[in-house]
Design a protein around this ligand. Structure first.
Ligand code: G6P
Length: 421
């Protein structure tokens, strides 16, 4: 079996490899192809990966590529984890948004919008290559904004695609640890869009523990989200646990104040963490994932990827929260759109569970954000300035169409997005 990792120069790659090594009994990997456009970074990462594989006493071939074709050729799974423009573009977009008094945020905010416009054409290029040289392979995407990217892959990729996020699996693992059960005994009644989701129920070994989980799950904001407290009475009235990322929407004003009060953007923090990590990775004596990687927000992402691949390979029918084509899972959202819900995964792919009608307090939010995502994909694919403007008009983090236009013009100038009037 061949797995290709596109964007393997990411400092997250050792996390993924650690997961693959842990699954040696169920994933019969013979070849791991690492691809990155940055050959220097790729060399550093590949060195560490080879040492990790050797230390684990497992032999599979590791090869490196700076071109897509050879990397994807004959693959069974292609994992995409790219960052077009690097952390510098993330910083520029976030800082630009803040200058206009708007939350940037690299997934649900304007920085995510800009990232989507830069990223979608590149990922559709990966799909084109897969159709040519790896027919039948499954694409597993981590690239942010993962929800919008999955929407684009489903509608325009022409290859089987699933989008993943580390947040649901993180909640599942933490809950399993708290109750001393295997993660497979934890079922999350989880619904929405990527980074725009709610947890209706948490069930451990058949027992509903939602009430008890509330405080714990609420208190834990992801590493890169302002740790602002949700209003307890509001959450009780809602009767569901909002995603950590919903702070940007439910606490928009406070989040903006918080981001303004910081002297560095998250991208600048990550640049520093990354520099330290790369230095460590260069050490020929290092043959395991260093603990400093936990400072990044993507903990457990390998668990999500590797357990998903295991389910497809073994056909075990396990339940995973994935970004997948909606079908009839959430009847209040378009059937052909991407949603983030639990799905049963086997050799045939992911079948989303029926999650039913959306509750009144979240229905409008989800429909609006879904319109934003659909229009963002259309803007990226059609290179349409007007669609881009309409997309931003549907994002509640952009409070004025005039600001949307100013931001759009500045982003177009910065990245040469090539939007047509
Ligand atoms: C969380 C999110 C990911 C995101 C990551 C950012 O894990 O689920 O989508 O990529 O945080 O982490 P970073 O360390 O880059 O801020």
């Amino acid at each position: 079996m061949k797995i290709s990792v596109i964007g393997a120069g990411s400092t997250y790659t050792p996390e993924l490899v650690e997961g693959l090594l842990a699954e040696r009994d169920s994933i019969p990997l013979t070849r791991l192809s690492l691809m990155d456009v940055d050959g220097e970074r790729l060399g550093v990462l590949a060195g560490l990966v080879e040492r990790m594989v050797a230390a684990a006493g497992w032999r599979f071939q590791v090869d490196c590529h700076t071109e897509l074709g050879a990397a994807v050729d004959g693959a069974d799974f292609v994992i995409t984890q790219i960052r077009v423009g690097g952390q510098q573009a993330r910083h520029d977009d976030t800082a630009l948004a803040l200058k206009h008094g708007v939350i940037g945020q690299e997934t649900t905010g304007v920085a995510g919008f800009a990232k989507a416009l830069r990223t979608i054409p590149v990922l559709l290029g990966v799909c084109q290559e897969m159709r040519r040289s790896a027919p039948g392979a499954t694409l597993v995407n981590f690239t942010n904004p993962a929800g919008i990217v999955t929407e684009a892959l489903l509608k325009h990729g022409g290859v089987p695609s699933l989008g993943l996020c580390n947040i649901p699996v993180g909640i599942q693992m933490a809950t399993a640890r708290r109750y001393g059960v295997p993660p497979s005994q934890v079922a999350l009644d989880y619904l929405g869009l990527n980074h725009f989701s709610w947890l209706r129920r948490v069930v451990v070994a058949g027992r509903d523990v939602t009430e008890e989980s509330l405080a714990e799950v609420l208190a834990k904001a992801p590493a890169n989200v302002p740790a602002l407290e949700y209003d307890r009475e509001f959450v009780e009235a809602l009767g569901m646990i909002p995603s950590g990322y919903l702070r940007y929407f439910y606490l928009q004003h406070e989040s903006l104040e918080h981001l303004r009060s910081k002297d560095r953007t998250r991208a600048q923090e990550v640049m520093e963490i990354d520099a330290t990590l790369l230095e460590k990775y260069r050490d020929p004596g290092l043959s395991e994932k260093p603990v400093e990687l936990e400072k990044r927000g993507g903990a457990f992402y390998s668990t999500a990827a590797v357990s998903l691949i295991r389910s497809i390979v073994t056909g075990d029918g396990a339940r995973h929260v994935v970004n997948v084509e909606n079908g009839s899972s959430l009847p209040d959202l378009p059937a052909d759109s991407a949603v983030e819900v639990p799905a049963v995964v086997d050799a045939g792919g992911a079948q989303p569970l029926a999650m039913g009608r959306l509750e009144t307090p979240i229905r409008g939010w989800l429909q609006l954000l879904k319109s934003y995502e659909i229009l963002t994909v259309e803007a990226a694919v059609e290179k349409s300035y007007r669609k881009a403007l309409l997309a931003l008009s549907c994002n509640p983090l952009v409070p004025s169409v005039n600001k949307a236009r100013a931001l759009l013009d500045a982003l177009d100038e910065r990245h040469g997005l090539g939007l047509r009037r």
